[in-house]
Design a protein around this ligand. Structure first.
Ligand SMILES: [Zn+2]
Length: 306
C-alpha cells in the first residue's frame, strides 16, 4: 500500500475507504442498481430545506456547530454593532483586515491551530512563555510578552469612556488608589461623579468563548469593588455609588449592557451606536496589533539566535 493512503485520517473509518485501484462497481458500468454500493458510492440523501430558505441563517448555524472554527461565534449573530467593521472595512489596512477576519473565524495560525487534527506529536505550547496551549486567547489575553500592549489597549478604552463622560458633565477620577478595611490596595480604572451619584467603572477585555463570557466578566468586576463603598464615598462625597463592569470582547464583541451604562451617563441615543462601534473597533484593531506583536517578537528571537 502506498504511504499516502496509509496517512488518511479524515472522512470516517479508514478500512471502509476503497482503494483507487479497486474494480469499478458494476452500477457505474450500467448493469446494476444502487444495491451493494458502499457508503462512498451511494448518492447523497435528499435533504428537504425549509421554505423560504434563509441560507445566511442556515450557514451561520452550521458555523456555530464547528468545534474549532465555530468557537464562540454565536456571540456575533445578528449583531450590527460588533459586525459593523465587516461592512465598512475600506479604511483598514489589508494585513490587519486579514488577521481580523482570521480572529473572527478562529483560524489564525497559532501553534494550537496548526496542531488541530494532527495526531502525531506537535508542539502546542506558547513559543514565548511555555504555556500549555498557544491560542489567540492566550496570546492576546495572558501571555507576558504582550502585556504592555494589553495595558495600552485597556487605557485607550478608559480614555474613550472618560471623554464621553466628560462631554456629559461628569467629573472623572483616573485610577484612584484606595485601600479596603483589610488595608488591601485597589486601583479602580475610572470613577465618574455627577451630583450625588458615582459610577465606579472597571474595564476588562475578554475572549468571547461563549455567550456568557462577557456577562460573567461584568459581574465579576462589579463585585470586586463592593467592599470599597465607604472609601469611595469619602473620596467622592456622594450618596449613590454604583459599581460597573465594562467588558469588551477581544474579537470585537459589544456587550449590550454597556449601552445601558452609556445611556445612564446621558449619551444621546443618536450618538450611542457610533460610540459603541468605535469602542469595539478600537478593541478589535488593538487585538490584531497584539497578535502581530506576538508573532514579530518570535521572529526577532529566531533571527538573533542564528
Ligand atoms: Zn505565552
Amino acid at each position: 500500500m502506498p504511504s499516502g493512503i496509509r496517512g488518511i485520517r479524515a472522512g470516517g473509518d479508514k478500512e471502509s475507504i476503497p482503494l483507487i485501484w479497486d474494480p469499478i462497481p458494476s452500477v457505474e458500468s450500467g448493469d446494476g442498481g444502487e444495491e451493494g454500493l458502499s457508503v462512498w458510492e451511494a448518492a447523497a440523501p435528499q435533504v428537504s430545506y425549509p421554505r423560504p430558505r434563509n441560507w445566511r441563517k442556515l450557514e451561520f448555524k452550521n458555523w456555530t456547530q464547528l468545534v474549532a472554527q465555530g468557537h464562540g461565534i454565536e456571540n456575533f449573530e445578528d449583531d450590527d454593532i460588533s459586525n459593523a467593521w465587516i461592512r465598512e472595512f475600506s479604511g483598514i489596512p489589508h494585513r490587519k483586515l486579514v488577521t481580523a477576519l482570521q480572529l473572527r473565524a478562529s483560524v489564525y495560525p497559532t501553534r494550537e491551530f496548526l496542531a488541530r487534527g494532527r495526531h502525531e506529536a506537535v508542539v502546542r505550547s506558547c513559543r514565548h512563555c511555555g504555556a500549555d496551549s498557544e491560542t489567540v486567547a492566550h496570546n492576546v489575553g495572558n501571555c507576558p510578552i504582550t502585556q504592555d500592549a494589553r495595558i495600552k489597549r485597556h487605557n485607550a478604552i478608559c480614555d474613550m469612556l472618560s471623554q464621553e463622560a466628560k462631554k456629559e458633565d461628569w467629573t472623572v477620577f483616573h485610577e484612584p488608589h484606595l485601600r479596603d478595611d483589610n488595608n488591601e490596595l485597589f486601583k479602580q480604572d475610572v470613577i465618574m461623579v455627577k451630583g450625588l451619584k458615582a459610577y465606579v467603572v472597571d474595564v476588562t477585555v475578554r475572549y468571547e468563548h461563549n455567550t456568557s463570557s462577557l456577562r460573567a466578566a461584568a459581574a465579576e468586576k462589579a463585585k470586586k469593588y463592593q467592599r470599597l463603598h465607604s472609601q469611595i464615598k469619602e473620596l467622592t462625597n456622594v450618596v449613590d455609588i454604583v459599581c460597573i463592569g465594562f467588558p469588551m470582547g477581544v474579537r470585537g464583541k459589544w456587550y449590550n449592557k454597556n449601552s445601558e451604562f452609556l445611556l445612564a451617563l446621558g449619551l444621546p441615543k443618536s450618538r450611542l451606536g457610533r460610540i459603541a462601534r468605535a469602542l469595539t473597533f478600537r478593541v478589535l484593531v488593538a487585538s490584531v496589533e497584539i497578535v502581530h506583536i506576538f508573532v514579530n517578537k518570535a521572529r526577532s528571537i529566531v533571527r538573533s539566535g542564528i
